[in-house]
Write a protein that binds this ligand. Structure first.
Ligand SMILES: NC(=O)c1ccc[n+]([C@@H]2O[C@H](COP(=O)([O-])OP(=O)(O)OC[C@H]3O[C@@H](n4cnc5c(N)ncnc54)[C@H](OP(=O)(O)O)[C@@H]3O)[C@@H](O)[C@H]2O)c1
Length: 258
């Protein structure tokens, strides 16, 4: 299937590693003009080089903390002056810490709000004028499968992601007339550094992964490119009638029927 993504300008946030990098790689392979952004510039440059070598597409990298208003405004200003448009925005950020409800104080809640909800609202708002100008756009939020079924110790993540789900539904309603779609992709367990850090220490990696996958119907942890494939489809012209949805990529881990 030709996804008709050639030359589309795609801004992929939090993308030097993990899911963001896999999405940037897949969109670059589809011919998009890619801008990647995250905080550590060395990691960012290494990711850009890796994607360029693999896909032959040029990648622009701009260091920015997605939770800082000034840095995001500068980032989108740079992108707009260089590319004159933003066709695809992939909202993503580092995940908040895992712990029980009683373990978090006001600062933890504030930080999670700024990183995982406000940053998505801010970047979306800032790219909208460019999407409205071109008469189309795709906003795709990477959230978490915890919006569909309870995941222990994920109270910060779940609370903020539920906000993103509500916001995306409102945005889909308001932005549909401008031919801008807004969707969420909800990963279950996908093998990235974030997940590797949660594995038990001193246990063989393959054994630890096997144990974590025991309750997943497909009996394995997902690969970042499996999530990226869905994002690329949602970014494509073929997904033009899909908006306001949340789609899981979880190997069947969420057992809820609705
Ligand atoms: N992997 C999974 O199975 C899974 C499941 C559910 C939800 N998620 C969610 O999906 C998102 C991505 O997860 P991942 O597994 O890809 O994580 P990861 O492997 O830890 O990668 C995180 C990426 O985000 C960047 N980042 C972190 N904080 C940032 C900030 N403030 N500003 C800009 N960039 C930032 C990091 O680079 P710098 O540190 O250099 O900024 C890195 O490139 C997270 O929100 C996570 O909670 C993942």
């Amino acid at each position: 299937m030709n996804l008709k993504l050639k030359d589309k300008v795609a801004l992929v946030l939090a993308s030097s590693k993990g899911l963001g990098k896999a999405v940037a790689k897949t969109l670059a392979a589809e011919g998009c003009r890619i801008i990647i952004a995250s905080r550590n510039s060395d990691d960012l440059k290494a990711a850009a080089k890796e994607i360029e070598e693999l896909t032959g597409s040029a990648v622009t990298c701009i260091a920015a903390d997605v939770s800082k208003a000034e840095e995001v405004e500068q980032l989108i200003g740079h992108v707009a002056s260089r590319f004159q448009s933003v066709d695809i925005l992939i909202n993503n950020a580092g995940g908040p810490p895992f712990a029980g409800f009683e373990d978090f104080n006001d600062n933890d809640w504030q930080r999670a709000f700024e990183l995982n909800l406000l940053s998505f609202a801010r970047t979306s708002r800032l790219v909208l004028p460019y999407m409205m100008q071109t008469g189309s756009g795709r906003i795709i939020n990477i959230i978490s499968g915890s919006v569909k079924s309870v995941l222990a110790n994920s109270v910060l993540s779940t609370s903020m992601r539920m906000g993103v789900v509500g916001m995306a539904k409102m945005m889909a309603d308001e932005l549909g007339p401008y031919n801008i779609t807004v969707n969420n992709v909800a990963p279950g367990l996908i093998l990235t550094d974030r997940i590797k850090h949660t594995l038990p220490k001193g246990v063989d990696l393959n054994e630890a992964l096997k144990q974590r996958a025991e309750n997943i119907p497909l009996r394995r942890i997902g690969k970042p490119e499996e999530l990226a494939a869905l994002v690329a489809f949602l970014a494509s012209e073929q997904a033009s009638y899909i908006t306001g949805t949340t789609i899981q990529v979880d190997g069947g881990a969420n057992r809820s029927i609705f």
